[in-house]
Design a protein. Structure first.
Ligand SMILES: [Zn+2]
Length: 269
């Protein structure tokens, strides 16, 4: 059963009601917001801050919820996804490149860190290894993904919540990472705004996502993929503008074909 008291004091203070950002207390039924009295089920392995919500529709979200597909996602599907969506035909972005980016742009001062849309825990594992298992918390809306990450990384706390209603207090997190998910989320600009709200001044935001290809041939396949799987790509300009309006100042933008790694810091008020 999920135990609030097993969280580090900083994470315990950070976790908050997604509706009003008030503090949470344990009840027999789950977690209760002291401010608005909303209750969230928490008697399973993770609290559910979005019990009524389902993932958006489309073939992509469908696959990410399919228990038969989830175990094969990292090794099989994602390799093809990076080729078609990111133009990664020569394999320049490897799992090691992704891990090195996170290790190179996040440090001990960036905890506690939220792995936003953690999926089955591919990058949560890297982050937990780098910062410590108790310094990282995973968030996803997909139950099959949460089941997978619980099995793979039982020492890392996870929560079920919407990326559009983060259950954390303002300025309570040292870092937020969002690897390979912005293109899938329903309102990426609002997701970035939420990340900015939850980060403390100086806190770091890292992400990996896809740029709209300027190559007509690559764009043709990318666009077909977007239509089929209900995902999207971005221009670097719109990502930077959205980050800026969320109070996040870009500190690094690394591109490879149609893929982008970025880092931003929460501006000091
Ligand atoms: Zn509340």
């Amino acid at each position: 059963m999920f135990d609030l008291d097993k969280l580090t004091p900083a994470l315990r203070r950070a976790l908050a009601c997604p509706a009003c950002h008030g503090g949470l207390a344990r009840t027999s039924g789950g977690l209760r917001c002291a401010a608005c009295a909303n209750e969230y089920p928490a008697n399973g392995e993770y609290p559910d801050f979005a019990p009524e919500m389902r993932m958006k529709s489309g073939l992509g979200p469908f696959y990410l919820q399919d228990p038969l597909h989830v175990p094969h996602y990292e090794a099989k599907t994602r390799v093809a996804f990076l080729e078609i969506m990111g133009g990664n035909w020569d394999g320049a972005v490897t799992p090691e490149v992704e891990d090195d980016y996170l290790r190179g742009h996040l440090g001990a001062g960036d905890a506690p860190l939220l792995d936003l849309a953690c999926g089955a825990g591919r990058w949560t594992r890297t982050l937990a290894g780098h910062l410590g298992s108790d310094q990282v918390i995973g968030l996803d809306l997909g139950r099959a993904m949460l089941t997978s990450i619980r099995a793979a990384l039982p020492e890392v706390p996870v929560i079920r919540a919407s990326a559009l209603a983060l259950p954390f207090a303002d300025g309570s997190l040292g870092g937020v990472n969002c690897s390979n998910a912005l293109q899938l989320l329903p309102d990426p600009r609002a997701v970035l705004f939420g990340a900015g709200r939850c980060l403390r001044p100086g806190g770091v935001f890292t992400a990996f996502t896809f740029l709209r290809s300027e190559s007509p041939a690559r764009r043709y396949f990318q666009h077909r993929h977007e239509r089929t799987f209900n995902v999207r790509s971005f221009t670097a300009g719109e990502l930077i503008t959205w980050l800026d309006s969320a109070g996040l100042a870009l500190t690094d933008l690394t591109t490879e074909a149609d893929m982008v790694f970025l880092t931003a810091r929460r501006r000091r008020l």
